[in-house]
Design a protein around this ligand. Structure first.
Ligand code: GRF
Length: 219
């Protein structure tokens, strides 16, 4: 008998905290019946609320506290082993607050996906909303990209942009960008699940049948 799960692409999700992106991805995948299997959710923080949510959904979870390891290399080596046991097609970073070593990243070339709260290549790193306001940009947003060993760089899969409003504060901007993340990241995971995303040798992304990889979010 054929296994209906066999055609599903396998995803491991890495989180550190509340996991709202993970929740949106998994809920929308289930509602939309995408060919996606979420084979393990792993957190480096034992009290991450996202882990409780994943457990309540009956998903396989694991906690790997980075503080238990003597070095970043040792943590990353164990994490890579845990991930490889699941034979994933993709590893989704969803609010995973650890910088990964080049050795780890190279083990998962073109499989490691991240969401960053800015329109890359602008505002890599932290405090993106405050820095966007300080720079006076008229547009801001979020980016889903493949991870390379250069922080917040790597092939851009898709972006969601929105207008910065006159009375925006870092908090109000963060809130609207998070709503945009909850649209963008699930959309990209649907494309990945459907096998539509290709990355060429120069690191450019093509999504079969998709003419624009930018979503515009009305404020
Ligand atoms: C998001 O803003 C994401 O862009 C950033 O960390 C936050 C994670 O939020 N990398 P959540 O854990 O998905 O709710």
């Amino acid at each position: 008998m054929s296994n209906p799960e066999a055609a599903h692409r396998r995803f491991v999700v890495l989180i550190s905290g509340r996991g709202s992106n993970m929740q949106q991805i998994i809920t929308q995948a289930q509602t939309g019946d995408w060919p996606a299997a979420f084979v393990r959710v792993i957190s480096n923080e034992s009290d991450a609320p996202g882990i409780d949510w994943a457990k309540a959904q009956g998903l396989p979870t694991a906690v790997l506290p980075h503080r238990d390891f003597a070095s970043r290399d040792a943590f990353d080596a164990r994490l890579a082993e845990m991930i490889e046991q699941e034979a994933p097609n993709y590893v989704l970073l969803a609010g995973f607050m650890r910088i990964l070593t080049p050795a780890f990243v190279s083990r998962f070339k073109n499989k490691l996906v991240n969401i960053h709260p800015s329109l890359l290549p602008d505002f890599t790193g932290l405090h993106t909303h405050k820095r966007a306001l300080e720079a006076g940009v008229a547009r801001h947003g979020c980016t889903v990209h493949m991870v390379t060993d250069q922080l917040d760089h790597g092939p851009i899969i898709a972006q969601a942009a929105l207008a910065v409003l006159e009375d925006d504060t870092p908090a109000s901007l963060e809130k609207r960008v998070l709503q945009a993340e909850h649209v963008l990241y699930p959309q990209v995971v649907q494309w990945l699940a459907q096998g539509l995303v290709q990355v060429n040798e120069s690191g450019q992304v093509n999504v079969t049948g998709v003419s624009s990889r930018q979503l515009w979010i009305e404020s």
